[in-house]
Design a binder for this molecule. Structure first.
Ligand code: PLP
Length: 230
């Protein structure tokens, strides 16, 4: 049962919280890219409501087939011309990395009469292959989002480099947390870093120890992904 793996993740998150003396809640996002509607429904029936998807097309195919109280999180790279499709229902966008994308979300959210919560994706480790702004670019983008009426700046997101030992990427999580602390000290209008979205299957316990408010878990809940049908 998928809920057993989900609950195991929950237990491991709670243990990491205890180790680090933290008392906040951590949101466990079930990353459902490549997974079927039936798999998502199984977790939904067991009480899970927050799901993360990477691809707009895939999300648009699944969303109408599933209950409307699911909180869908966009965690993958988002093209501006696709924002209009998800603006009516998306719960949070974790992957904002340009001012122009933020402006497009503003425009589409306004059309729907919504305020869409977003996170800024940060490429903490400066990897060539990854999306996200550099740590230095965060304050300017955050300030710009703070000026928008229909986009609400909630925090920061990162994906750590792949590592054999998750201890190797602890500095990446620590750095994201520090960027958030620094942002909050600046007291920019309408900008509060409340959520750090960090930690995936192979490194989420370290991320929780370093302050994650949301972990994004695919493989550990659903098993290995199969991309052959794509
Ligand atoms: C796929 C994905 C995840 C989940 O990865 P797992 O290693 O399967 O837990 C988390 N975040 C993002 C941005 C992803 O693309």
């Amino acid at each position: 049962m998928l809920i057993d793996s989900y609950n195991l993740v929950k237990t491991r998150v709670q243990e990491a919280l205890r180790r680090s003396g933290r008392e906040e809640d951590v949101l466990i996002l079930a990353v459902s890219k490549t997974r079927t509607v039936e798999e998502i429904r199984e977790l939904y029936d067991a009480g899970v409501r927050d799901f993360g998807e990477n691809y707009v097309q895939e999300l648009m195919a699944k969303q109408p087939l599933l209950p409307s109280d699911i909180r869908w999180h966009m965690i993958g790279h988002l093209q501006r011309n696709k924002v209009k499709y998800i603006a009516p229902f998306i719960y949070m966008i974790h992957s904002v990395d340009t001012a122009s994308l933020a402006d497009t979300i503003e425009k589409e959210a306004a059309k729907c009469g919504r305020v869409i919560p977003v996170l800024i994706e940060v490429n903490v480790a400066g990897e060539e292959s990854k999306y996200g702004v550099s740590p230095e670019e965060v304050p300017a983008l955050a300030a710009q989002i703070g000026r928008l009426q229909h986009v609400s700046m909630k925090g920061l997101m990162t994906s750590a480099p792949l590592a054999d030992d998750p201890e190797e990427v602890r500095p990446v999580f620590r750095k994201l947390r520090q960027i958030g602390v620094d942002m909050n000290l600046e007291n920019v209008n309408n900008v509060r870093v409340d959520v750090l979205s960090m930690g995936m299957s192979n490194d989420f316990e370290v991320a929780v120890e370093e302050g994650a408010g949301c972990v994004r878990i695919g493989t550990t809940i659903f098993g290995p992904r199969d991309y052959s049908g794509r």
